[in-house]
Design a protein around this ligand. Structure first.
Ligand code: CU
Length: 382
């Protein structure tokens, strides 16, 4: 049956591996079944979590439908995020999300039917710490046309909470989860078709701080990249609709930071002063494209790749690759004044709307950067 002893050994090895894999499968299935029937002890609760009322999430709620021909500003200010948690212990937290469908400004003269969390893109920045018990209340605005829900990547549970929060117009759904693992996580609507709900603006991030919090920095910013697929070419004036065909073909017309063209350049640029440290919580909502996130004229002094906050950061990084549904935390010391452009270094996307600006003010620092003709480089005003 076997040509030689080596064949025999090989076949024996394959059988042994199959037995081990089979046992692992059986035990995992058995464990799942036990969990499903509730026969195990309840998961341990954090030691005496106190009730705690988190600051209300920013953003609008129940935005009135805009009048015909008008549009609302859906841009999330990149400074709109809660203060660091610091050293407090685990608590009970309630998060109120409201899904709202609004006509928003996509670019100068162009409006788009956004679907949002709390009226802005991205949705509110949720900030908790490891060990917190978080109750998510999702209300679908009564004026909505669609079902919506929320899947938070920080959740260990079915659908990340999507099934538990599937809500029709006017409905409110709730679930509670324990924040088990530090990290910066994307959340998004996961109502079918997922990609359309995400592309139309239904995403945000939740930060789960490690015990003791993150290191202190001078400024923190909240930035998310997204793609918008329209039924008219880039730059078309007036109201445009979404294009499901382009979403499926993965051919976006627009790439945007914080929801709209110019959101973080003309409208709400990031700011810093010479010698400060800036942290950016960066997420890629996709739904389809990676981001090669890069700040032109800066070096990321620290990067937490894939937003892993349990391990030491990397240092001296030029560009960080962030997948759709993923995030990164980057920090930079702004040593020199000037205007620095935030991009996806798949750089043609600048032509489709993707650029942000970091304005660094303060005295020149010619030890670090000195142009040949310094007269052409006036000091920035505060
Ligand atoms: Cu949705």
């Amino acid at each position: 049956m076997f040509r030689n002893r080596n064949d025999l050994v090989l076949v024996g090895g394959v059988i042994a591996v199959a037995i081990v894999l089979g046992f692992a499968w059986f035990t995992s299935e058995a464990a799942t079944a036990v969990l499903a029937t509730g026969q195990t002890a309840a998961p341990p609760r954090p030691s005496s979590p106190a009730d705690y009322t988190a600051p209300p999430l920013s953003g609008t709620t129940a935005t009135p439908a805009p009048k015909a021909g008008t549009a609302v500003d859906i841009v999330r200010d990149p400074t709109d995020l809660p203060a660091p948690i610091g050293t407090r212990g685990p608590r009970r937290i309630t998060v109120d999300l409201v899904t709202e469908e609004v006509t928003g400004t996509l670019a100068n003269g162009t409006t788009f039917p956004y679907w949002t969390f709390n009226g802005k893109v991205p949705g509110p920045f949720i900030r908790v710490r490891v060990g917190d018990l978080v109750t998510v209340k999702l209300k679908n605005d009564v004026a909505s046309m669609m079902m919506h829900n929320v899947d938070l990547h920080a959740v260990m549970g079915p659908g990340g909470g999507a099934q538990a929060t599937q809500a029709g117009p006017g409905e409110t759904k709730t679930f509670t989860f324990k924040a088990t693992t530090p990290g910066l996580y994307v959340y998004h609507c996961a109502t079918m078709p997922h990609a359309e709900h995400i592309a139309n603006g239904m995403y945000g991030m939740i930060l789960v701080e490690p015990d003791g919090g993150l290191s202190k920095v001078d400024r923190e910013y909240y930035v998310m990249q997204g793609e918008i697929y329209t039924d008219e070419p880039f730059g078309t004036q007036g109201p445009v609709g979404d294009s499901y065909a382009k979403i499926v073909a993965e051919t976006p017309d627009y790439f945007v930071f914080n929801g709209a063209v110019g959101a973080l350049s003309e409208q709400k640029p990031l700011k810093s002063k010479v010698s400060e440290t800036v942290r950016i919580f960066f997420g890629d909502a996709g739904p389809n494209k990676d981001s090669a996130f890069h700040a032109i004229g800066q070096i990321f002094d620290k990067v937490y790749p894939l937003a892993d906050l349990s391990d030491a950061p990397m240092h001296g990084v030029q560009t960080i690759l962030v997948p759709p549904g993923g995030a990164a935390v980057v920090e930079m010391k702004t040593l020199v004044p000037g205007r620095f452009t935030l991009v996806d270094h798949a750089i043609a996307r600048v032509e489709k709307g993707l650029a942000g600006t970091l304005i660094v003010s303060g005295p020149k620092n010619e030890e670090i950067f000195k142009a040949a003709d310094t007269a052409a480089m006036p000091a920035m005003e505060h």
